[in-house]
Ligand binder design. Structure first.
Ligand SMILES: [Zn+2]
Length: 298
């Protein structure tokens, strides 16, 4: 978005959709929140009128959804003050710092990938995570909390190390090793019963159907919109495998917060903190990939 090459972000606007803060003032119709309260917010705002909203889908599916931190008229949180619609706010759990609370939105995407799109995880699962960016790493913590085996494929050495620190059983470097061969070796030739594709890499997507177990589930999380990636789709038939897309849902915020209260090691996702004045340096570190989550403290 910073480069202006991502169609998700339309400038001029204020970015920042993963945040927490304190209520300073409320509008006349607001009764659920009061000044002094600590809050965090969803990103997508539903219209409550369209056919998708009426059918009970979350805001991400709404035909008229607005996104805070992505549009001029709904500015994001990289600022000292932000106006926000009350219906999309949650009270921050007492045990959370603001930094932890700012992780709820991205962790909810990982949580949704595992527990909604991925149909959950048990200690019997052999999980393969492509990509150890913040979502992949959050998924790793969620997967490991169930006792499942977790194999992570990642080319960035900084993030390979983070994956090991966060409990990955094995880390594969797809730039140096054949991921399919290694996955088969690590899973006793069974393949992965759950694959979380968080890398958006062509190479990962091309190999995922060779890594999946019989009746395995593949969840696509990494954004590849606008790109055609060749895969041998017939392999899903003979493996009885399923592929499902996921881009998160605010409906999982409550359970995500519950999970985070029980698994505080998730805060290890934060590797850097910057004051708002150093935004350019923070974005440069973010772009380098030599980091986990970066927190801006206005
Ligand atoms: Zn709608």
């Amino acid at each position: 978005m910073w480069d202006g090459t991502n169609p998700e972000g339309i400038f001029p606007m204020i970015i920042g959709h993963e945040w927490a803060g304190e209520v300073i003032e409320v509008g006349s119709g607001v009764t659920r929140f009061k000044p002094g309260q600590r809050v965090l917010g969803e990103c997508g705002i539903a219209c409550h009128m369209c056919s998708k909203c009426k059918a009970g889908y979350p805001a991400e599916y709404c035909e008229n959804a607005r996104y805070y931190g992505f549009m001029t008229e709904t500015p994001g949180a990289m600022a000292e003050y932000q106006t926000f619609i009350a219906e999309a706010l949650y009270e921050v759990p007492q045990e959370f710092s603001f930094d932890e609370a700012s992780l709820v939105e991205p962790v909810s995407i990982a949580f949704n990938s595992v527990y909604e799109a991925g149909s959950g995880v048990t200690s019997l699962d052999r999980v393969l995570i492509f990509g150890a960016g913040p979502i992949g790493l959050a998924a790793l913590v969620i997967v490991k909390s169930s006792g499942a085996q977790a194999v992570v494929a990642e080319i960035n050495p900084y993030r390979q190390k983070m994956a090991l620190d966060l409990g990955a059983d094995e880390v594969i470097d797809p730039a140096k090793e054949d991921p399919t061969k290694k996955v088969m070796e690590y899973t006793g030739n069974q393949g992965a019963s759950l694959i979380l594709e968080c890398s958006a890499s062509n190479q990962a997507i091309e190999s995922m159907l060779d890594c999946v177990a019989m009746r395995g589930r593949v969840v696509l999380v990494g954004q590849t919109l606008g790109r055609k990636i060749p895969i041998e789709i017939g392999k899903t038939i003979f493996r009885g495998a399923s592929i499902i897309g996921n881009h998160g849902s605010a409906f999982t915020f409550i359970n995500t917060m519950r999970f985070m209260s029980q698994h505080t090691d998730i805060t290890k996702l934060i590797t850097h903190r910057f004051p708002l004045e150093e935004i350019e340096e923070a974005l440069t570190v973010g772009k380098s990939g030599m980091c986990g989550k970066i927190v801006m403290n206005p």
